[in-house]
Design a binder for this molecule. Sequence first.
Ligand code: ZN
Ligand code: ZN
Length: 360
Amino acid sequence: MPRNPFYNPAKPHHRPDGFRNPGGDEVSKSLAQVLRWRLEARRDGLPRPPSDPIPTARPDLARLHGYAARHAHDPAGHGPSITWAGHATVLAQLGGLSLLTDPIFSERASPLPGVGPKRHQAPGLAPHELPHVDVVLISHNHYDHLDDASVRALAAQAGGPPLFVVPLGLKRWLAARGITRVAELDWWQSVSVDHGAGTGAEVVLLPAQHWSARGINDRQLTLWGGYAVLARDCHLFYPGDTGYSREFVRVREHFAPRQHEAAGGGFDIALMPIGAYAPRWFMSAQHVDVDEALKVCADVGAKRMLGVHCGTFALSDEALDEPPRVLKALREERGLSEDQCWLMAIGETRSLPPRGTGPR
Ligand code: ZN
Ligand code: ZN
């Protein structure tokens, strides 16, 4: 019996003892490399505290809570929007649904109370401020993406638990917490969330170049990945945590039949991780930097991008306010408009132009 109960020898990313990256790229670092990184960071006093404040905004709760009813009344009149709660947690309201990516509302991204990366500011939305969440997308099991307290709070929301969509291996983790509304996917598999009357979306798990581990003996045992969410009025792309990979061109090819010009074009929004990239010798295989995030957007064919996975938890050597500064500089250098390449305040909501009311 292989250690990986999902092992399928026909799939190149499956291994008897777990999973591996597209092309087999190994991103895990040796203990010696981890020690070198930590020692050099300490020696150089990194990360330095941010010199600019991280912008925050009060969320527009009336708007967020009224979305489902407004959409049911007039789907065409109430287009999609995204709200940044901090780190990689985004509330996406599209296709009449409220979806959350990698919810973390806790004080620390850590298995232990009182230690580990501490958040720089309160979340832009607290769990009790959320509208009813229909779908939660979990990209992988790292503590800054799969947070025990946040998952439990969502499972206990008024009106019943959301559907949790997770990569292979994480259904068990949720079941241990009494959570059974779960769709567990392998790369390229999908689940349809259909609420009828033009409300719903298809959620597809996509390959990403990363890794998984929560304890000392579970490395690569559960899968990691990103998501495409396809609704009538919005196609959203979120790669979770990822290094740069040739797989993103395949993502574009995969969805091309549904994203041609007459069908509304490519992804309407990409939620791109732009933080936790320094130092590159340690981070580049597992986290894109800002330049690579833009390259991924071009590869998958996204019309616009929001930078996430920054400004909240100091996980690496760059200052918390560095990724937005780099993004602004690259935007200017390349003549990209503010509408193609966003930064948001934590708590802020932005509307997206709807891609029409045709088939998804
Ligand atoms: Zn991660
Ligand atoms: Zn992360």
